[in-house]
Write a new protein. Sequence first.
Length: 165
Amino acid sequence: MENRDIPETGRWFDAHLHWQAEAWAGAADAAAVRARAAGVDGWCCCGTQPADWSAVAEWGRAFPGQVSAYGLHPWFLDQPPADWAAQLRARLVADPAAAVGEFGLDHGLASYDPAAQAQVFRIQWDLARELDRVAILHCRRAWQALDECLRAAPAPRRGFVLHAY
């Protein structure tokens, strides 16, 4: 989309991106500046594991209007430290404007443990509700399991954003 295609009124907000991802290394700053120049007022930069939460926080400090989100993505369930949930809570308490995420269910992986995914989902879902945060959800080939998780406990008061494929 070129700048001339963006309406003069209204705000643009990208609800889900990963500036901190290795794929963006060396290019994310310029891309963020171009996004701002094109009329994107802000975005939600989603963390995926404890190893990238500090980079997400740095993005939040560098770009006013960014919403930082911290979570444990189902692709990284085999990698977190044993105290990841305590680390997540501490990160969220330290950043009161942050969302919880990206987390969710992914049954499209070559190897996955649906029970482990559901357990990690519930921990983060409950944390979003307890801390009154938006939840940023991921779902791939797991619609029934997601439905079960969503019905098992009330949604966070601030709601959730779902991306799926």
